[in-house]
Each structure stands twice: as C-alpha cells, then as structure tokens.
Design a protein around this ligand. Structure first.
Ligand code: PHE
Ligand code: ZN
Length: 896
C-alpha cells in the first residue's frame, strides 16, 4: 500500500557513538535557492564507546565535497547512503573533516532545517533538523563548541544572528556582508540556530544577580516594535524568577528572542537565540487578548528556563525528552502562578494560583487524558517511536510536568530545590537521562524513588477509586483509596504507582475539619497529603464531630481520574464550600458533566431535554457570589470542554453531545439572564487597558456572561455584546463580544465578523482569530449550512495560506480538533475533507499534517456508524503516495 515503512527506534538500543565532535566551524553563504554550507568538524574518538566508524546523518543534502584531514578520503573508507555517511579511521583519535553541502531554503516547506519566511532565513533544528543543513552526528549526546560565519545579501538580510557572542562583522563585495558568532558553551546541534533577515530589535540592558550586565533583544519585523514590549517584560521577569527560585543566572552576555511568522511549534530554546512563533511574541492591546498576553509570558519564560533545564543539562537521547520538557513546563507553570499571585497581592494570591492550576488541569484533561487512552498512548518516557516529531506530546510535556509536580509535592519545596541543586552540580554540561534527574532528587532527600520511577515507564491515566465510611459511634471516618490503570498498547499489565493524594474533610457547616489520623495525638492541618503506593490502602480519621464530605485530590495532586460516588447534593455542597479552589471548580465540572452526559443520552434517544433545576440553582449561587474572584468565577461557570466530555462518553456521540451543550448553555443563559446582565453591567471597565490579572478576570467574566446571554438570545444581552464590540478599546473585549455574538448565531454576528475582518485585514495574527472563530462555530439552526462548507470556502480566502502553520492550525485545527460537533457529520463528509487536507498538507509539511491527522486517532471511541465512515478515510490516507513517516505512524497506530 504505502511506499515506505519507517523503522521503529527503541530506547533500549541506545549506545554511545564511537566518534563525537568537539568543535564545529560553520560557514553559510546564504542564497534563497542555493545556500552553500561549509562545515569543519574536529572529530574525536569516544573513549567510552565501542570502536567503530565516524557516523554522520544527512537528509536532502547535495554534497559538494568531503575531505578527511585535508585530503580525499582513502578508497574504501567512506560509505554513503542518502541519509548516512560512515568513515573508517584507523590509528588516530582526532580527525578534521571538511564537508561542503548545498541546500535549498526556498524549497524547504517542512520548516525543519534552514528555511525562508517572508524573505528572511531562519532555522529549526530540534529534533532532527540539523541534518538537513549539513552532515553531522545529529543526536543530543554529541555536544560541540560552535563557531558560525554567516554571509548574505546586505539589503535583504541586514541582520545576521547566531548563538553566543558576535565576534566579528564586516562588508563584502557585491552588496554582501558577514558576521561571525561564537558560542562559548558546547551544545548539541539541535540547539544551533541562525537568523538572517530584515528585522529590528527592542533592546534592554539588565544586571544579573551576580552583577553582570547582559544585553536582551527582541527581534521583530519593522513596524512591530510596538508589539515587542510584553515579551521583553516577560523575559526580565523570567530572569529574576529563576535567580530567586532556583539560583539560576543567565550565563551569556547576550540573549535574543526572534519572532518568525512561519513556525511549526510555539517556540525554540536555541542557545542564546530563541526563535519564536510570532504569535508568542507580538502583543499590543488592540491586537492581543489577555489570554495571548498570558501565553506570551509563559512561553517566553519556558524557553528562557530551558537555558538551564535543557541546554546546560541536556538529554542523552530523544526518549528522555520529558527530562527537559516536563521539568521546564513545571517551571513555567510555577512561574506563571507566582506572577499571578504577586499581581493579585496578599489577599488574592491563593485564588490567583488556583486559577492558573485550573487552566493547567483543563489542558491536561482535554488533551492528555484522551491521548493516554488511545492508540498513541505512551509513557512520559516512551519506549519506542517511529518519528520523534510525533512525540512532542501532551504526555511528554503536560503529564511530564505533573510527574515533576508530584516530586515537588512529595519532597516539599526545599527538598525539591536541594534535588535541583544536586542535579546541576552533578550534570552541568552533560547529556543525561531521566534516571539521573530522579536519582539526584532521591539522593538529596535521602528518599527511595525507585517505585516513583514507574511514572516514567507506565502509560495510561490511573483511576483512583475512593470510598469513605462514616462511623457515627466513634466519630471516625475511614477512607479507602485504590488504584488501577487500564492496559495501553504494548502494556497489558500495570503496576501500582506512588500517588500523592491531598485530602481535606469538610464539616456539615462547610468548614474544613482538622485532620487527625488514627494513632496521632492531636489534630493537624486541614489538608494532608496521603501517599498511596499499593493497590489499595485505608486511612482512618478520628475525633470528628459529624460526618464529613471528603475533598480529594486537592490542587489536583496527581494526574489521575478520581472516582468517587457523590450525589448531586454533595456536588452542590462542595461547589458552595470546598476551601480548595481547584476542587470547588472540579465539583462544578463534575456536576455539569453529569448533566451534560445525561442530556446527551436523552438527545441520542430522542427524549426531550430538561436541565435539572438544582443544577441551575447551584450554578446561579456561584454566579452571584461576589466574594469569589472574577477570574475564578469565569473558570467555575464555564462548562467542561467538548474533547474532555467526548472522552467520558460511551460511545462518543458528538452530535448528541452538541445538542446537549447547546441546550444547557441556552438554559443557563435564559434562566439566569438577570444575573448575567447584572454581572456584565456591574463590572465596570477599568480605565486604559493594561494586562493585569485583576482586570483580566473581570473581562473574562463579562465575556462569559455575554456568551450565555447570546446563547439564550436574550435581547438585552445581544445588544450589550454588540455595543461592547463597537466600543471596545482592546482585543479582549472586542473579540469576546464577537465570539459571543457568533456563539449565539444572532443576526448581528455577521456584520460584526465583517467589521472585524475589515479592521484587521492586514494583521495576519489577528486574522488567525477570525479563521478560528468561524471554524469553531456552533450551528443553532439545523437548516443552516454546515460549518464544513464555510471552512472549505475559507480555504480560498486570500488571507489563508496552507504553508503557514498558524493558518492551518487556526482554520483546520479549530475545525478538526475543537469543533467535534460539526466535524463528525453523519454523512462522513467531514472525514472526507479531513483525508483530503491531511494528504495535501503532508506533501509540504509532514509535522503539520501529522498534527491534523491526530484528530481522528481515537476513532474507535465513536458510534459504530461514525466508525464505519472514518475507517475508509484513514485507509485512504495510509494509501496515499509518498506519505511521510510522520503521518504513517499516526494512521498505522490508529488502525492497528
Ligand atoms: N523545544 C521546544 C519547546 O518546548 C519545542 C519545539 C520542539 C520547537 C521541536 C520546535 C521543534 O520549547
Ligand atoms: Zn520546551
């Protein structure tokens, strides 16, 4: 059927290379279609490895010359295939190679290696892009010192950047110029970068904690300088935070961030030269929402934090990816929580932290839980892969961060910090494994973490079953916790994990009870962390005056699915009283999930839909509770996401679920209309826009109110949304109002959408929002044209471009992944469109295509009728000529 089978690579097969590279001197003669790369390698024999040839990787390279110690290689000593060169070297421990290759940046539509974007040259080398630039042992355990000379046209590329320090620059004949950069730190080639483009920089000088002056630059296209300030602020905050929290200082004299329009991922932590998807750099109030500002802050921090967790200490091989990603995500989550808490001040600090935690939990549940339950399920440290690009996953990143968070919970902040210090003291400058990290944590804390390591090897989301038994006679409460994990592909049997379960017990008056475990002499704190390390275990709480309501997994203390039988009344009670904001939110989510899934079942069976009054009542109480921070209320009043609900539905029936969601949303809008209106009107707009959590919370809550009001088509609400759209002075308000109008599919939506387009037609990042909104639209009128028709039409819009990943994610990603109710059409036309688009995208950019392909990986969870329509489309994709290893792996695993 297919042309090519990608081999499977196994973690167990790791072996060090016989030869590594100590130094590399690169010279680039830049030209759009024929860039000549001259590479001089100082290769050294690896004393720790079995003897063997020098091995180099390459991909799509035109090789112009190769010499060994300045000479043509002796006959028979070089073996070369399309993707590999082996060179035999006898009787020496050091060899100088010189290799000249020619590459075509303009033809590089995969955006991996050296490519062009809007006339400038940019690189992306993680994971295996460097081999598309020159022959090199392209793996992270080869750490070399880099010197880089760039030579290019001065008019087209006035700015020439690479890693480290600028050591020389000058003019050349024919309108060309050059710059030479030296990176003092040895690094794996995936951290190499260059930029040659027409850019300008926002600059700032800062002192590090030890008093060194460093130059910070944010490079953007001319005309975008007024959008670079927030990224710069974020960078400075991240620097300070890492100094204060982990004692980690910037180690370079210069740190650069560059924004590029065409980029597959969010951003990349190249040493001293971070390259960013422009969407995570550029912001001003008129073009970016509060959420955009938040994302920029956390991505800037994430990439900056990689300088220590990723760059100074890197991964031995790509199976260890979570070593840098899980840890760095955890660090950026803590940073964002601290920033929010700091802005909220003493009083609002803990609520602000919870809001951030809830955001992270939402992402985990809606993106990672489904992954862990499907054909792509893998441990945070995978055992095998076909295409490493497919393993930049929610599991490696988000679940990986949860695993680090559990260590932080188990060891405490100080113990965790001690472990980090020990990790750096042992491994600075090395390429290491996840075991090395956990061993440092264990040693620094005198704690055995062998069983904890199972989190690195076992896939699947554990189920945590909780049962409580109240004994009124002696005032004790017995809590039984048990764990189990379903089989995942290749892992039929699961072992018990170490699960930290933060527990509180709520008294009948709603207040937390002091916790006293059997055998203790006095009650202690009101939240305690229990460690479940066996299949099942009991704890007995004593000295209780009345039957408590358990509040389990507070702060979402472990990435598990909690199963606890609570009736509606109990959920409403916890919605009103749980002192743990995360669990209070979770109680609302559980209640809403119960209602939505019941109504979905009713819809599927053709029964009338009715929202239970007690639910609306509990919901209304949260809505009216002015003691609660608006940002928290906005979280608690938002219904669970569609992807998460589909995961909980057996079988997944997107049409029925959509019917339920439409109905519940409209009912909550209609019945609580007066409250929503009062709320939207009472939260007065603070003066001039500033990105501040307190203001952002208010804006989020108003936008949510508009959404419910428009869903219910409450006239006054629709009028308010339209007025706010017209008078908005910032993107958060403007886009929130537009989204509400669209969501309600009210007549005013169309004009607003057109006005939005006119206003921003030259602003490509804002147009991404315009595409996403339409692709994610919900139909309220069965007679209206399906969203699919609109998506097809938008493909032809002059502002759309299939070669720009952001556009693809905005239009197709929003449709396939964020709009199941419209994508999963009964006639299968959505799937046909999906196959056609995946095949077309794959020819140009496999990574982007593979991401879109993943939209159907969990197809076996859907109704039999939908499955029958999906299967032939999966097969059609798999049969496509020249399908990439990326998409092949996804579709093969889905069909397996
Ligand atoms: N390493 C990047 C990050 O997490 C993500 C990335 C991976 C970017 C692969 C590009 C290519 O910060
Ligand atoms: Zn990262």
């Amino acid at each position: 059927m297919r042309t090519e089978h990608a081999p499977t690579i196994h973690r167990a097969d790791y072996a060090p290379l016989a030869w590594t590279v100590a130094r590399i001197d690169l010279h680039f003669a830049l030209a759009p279609q024929a860039t000549v790369v001259t590479s001089r390698l100082a290769c050294v024999r690896n004393p720790d490895a079995a003897p063997g040839p020098i091995v180099l990787d390459g991909e799509e390279l035109e090789t112009l010359a190769l010499t060994v110690d300045g000479l043509d290689p002796a006959p028979g000593t070089v073996r070369r295939t399309e993707s590999r060169i082996e060179i035999d070297v006898a009787d020496r421990d050091e060899v100088a190679l010189e290799i000249v290759t020619r590459i075509n940046p303009q033809a590089n539509t995969a955006l991996s290696g050296l490519y062009l974007s809007r006339g400038g040259y940019f690189t992306q080398c993680e994971a295996e892009g460097f081999r598309r630039i020159t022959w090199f042992p392209d793996r992270p355990d080869v750490m070399a010192r880099f010197t880089v000379t760039l030579e290019g046209d001065k008019a087209a590329c006035p700015v020439l950047l690479s890693n480290g320090n600028l050591v020389e620059e000058g003019e050349l004949p024919d309108g060309r110029h050059y710059a030479r950069w030296e990176d003092p730190f040895p690094k794996p080639c995936y951290l190499f970068a260059l930029v040659a483009a027409d850019l300008v920089a926002l600059e700032r000088r800062e002192l590090t904690a030890s008093g060194r002056e460093v130059l910070l630059q944010v490079w953007v296209e001319k005309g975008n300088l007024d959008r670079a300030g927030h990224a710069m602020e974020s960078l400075v905050h991240a620097m300070r935070w890492d100094e204060e929290t982990f004692g980690l200082e910037l180690d370079l004299d210069r740190f650069m961030i560059v924004a590029v329009s065409d980029f597959n991922m969010g951003a990349m932590e190249n040493k001293g030269l971070n390259i960013f998807n422009a969407k995570y750099v550029l912001a001003k109030p008129d073009t970016a929402t509060d959420v955009d500002y938040e994302h920029i802050e956390s991505v800037v921090a994430h990439e900056y934090f990689h300088n220590w967790t990723g760059n100074r200490v890197t991964c031995r091989d790509w199976f260890q990816l979570t070593l840098k990603e899980g840890l760095t995500v955890f660090r950026d989550q803590q940073f964002s929580a601290d920033m929010l808490a700091c802005a909220a001040g003493a009083e609002g600090g803990s609520s602000a932290r919870a809001v951030k935690r809830i955001d992270d939990v939402r992402v985990l549940r809606s993106a990672q839980f489904p992954e862990d339950a499907g054909p792509m399920a893998h441990p945070i440290r995978p055992e095998s892969y076909q295409e490493i690009n497919n393993f930049y996953t929610a599991t490696v990143y988000e679940k990986g961060a949860e695993v680090i968070r559990m260590l932080h919970t188990l060891l405490g902040p100080e113990g965790f910090r001690n472990g980090m210090d020990l990790y750096f003291s042992y491994h600075d400058g090395q390429a290491v494994t996840c075991d090395d990290f956990v061993n440092a944590m264990a040693e620094a804390n005198g704690r055995d973490l062998d069983q904890f390591m199972r989190w690195y090897g076992q896939a699947g989301t554990p189920r945590l079953r909780a049962q409580g038994e109240w004994n009124g006679a002696d005032g004790s409460y017995t809590l039984t916790l048990s764990q189990s994990t379903q089989p995942t592909p290749g892992q039929p049997d699961k072992l018990p994990l170490v699960i930290p379960v933060a527990v509180g017990l709520i008294g009948p008056d709603g207040a937390d009870l002091p916790l006293q475990l059997e055998g203790e002499h006095q009650p202690g704190a009101t939240t305690r962390v229990l460690e479940l390390a066996t299949e099942t275990r009991q704890w007995r709480f004593t000295n209780l005056a009345a039957e408590p309501a358990p509040s389990l997994l507070r702060g979402f203390s472990a990435p598990v699915i909690l199963e606890l039988d609570e009736d509606d009344g109990r959920l409403a009670f916890r919605m009103a009283h749980d002192s743990d904001a995360c669990n209070r939110w979770d109680a609302a989510q559980r209640y809403a999930e119960r209602v939505l899934l019941q109504l979905a079942a009713d819809a599927a069976a053709g029964r009338a839909l009715k929202v239970p009054a007690p639910f609306i009542d509990a919901f209304g109480k949260l809505l009216r509770n002015e003691l609660l921070d608006p940002a928290f209320r906005a979280q608690a009043l938002a219904l669970p996401g569609e992807a998460y609900l589909l995961e909980r539905m057996e079988p997944a029936d997107p049409a029925a679920l959509r019917a339920a969601q439409l109905h519940v949303g409209a009912e909550l809008g209609r019945v609580l209309a007066a409250d929503w209106l009062a709320l939207a009107e009472s939260l007065v707009e603070p003066g001039e826009y500033r990105y501040h959590p307190a203001d952002a919370g208010g804006r989020a809550l108003v936008n949510l109110a508009l959404r419910y009001l428009c869903a219910a088509r409450v006239d006054a609400g629709v009028a308010l949304a339209a007025a706010r759209f017209d008078s908005a002075t910032n993107m958060t308000d403007r886009f929130g109002a537009l989204a509400a109008l669209m969501h309600g599919a009210v007549p005013a939506a169309e004009a607003a959408l057109a006005a939005f387009y006119r206003r921003y037609q030259n602003d490509t990042l804002v147009l991404d929002k315009w595409f996403a909104l339409q692709a994610g639209a919900w139909r309220r009128d069965a007679a209206a044209a399906p969203v699919l028709a609109q998506v097809r039409e938008l493909l032809a819009d002059p502002a759309f471009s299939p070669s720009n990943p952001n556009k693809v994610y905005a239009l197709l990603g929003s449709f396939f992944r964020a709009n199941p109710g419209e994508f999963h059409l009964a006639d299968g036309s959505g799937y046909e469109f999906w196959a056609e688009q995946v095949i077309a995208l794959d020819a140009a950019n496999p990574q982007v295509a593979a991401r879109m392909a993943r939209a159907l990986e969990n197809w076996r969870r859907f109704t039999p009728a939908l499955q029958a329509a999906i299967r032939p489309q999966l097969e059609r994709v798999l049969a496509a000529d020249g399908l990439s290893p990326d998409v092949t792996e996804i579709v093969e695993k889905a069909l397996a």
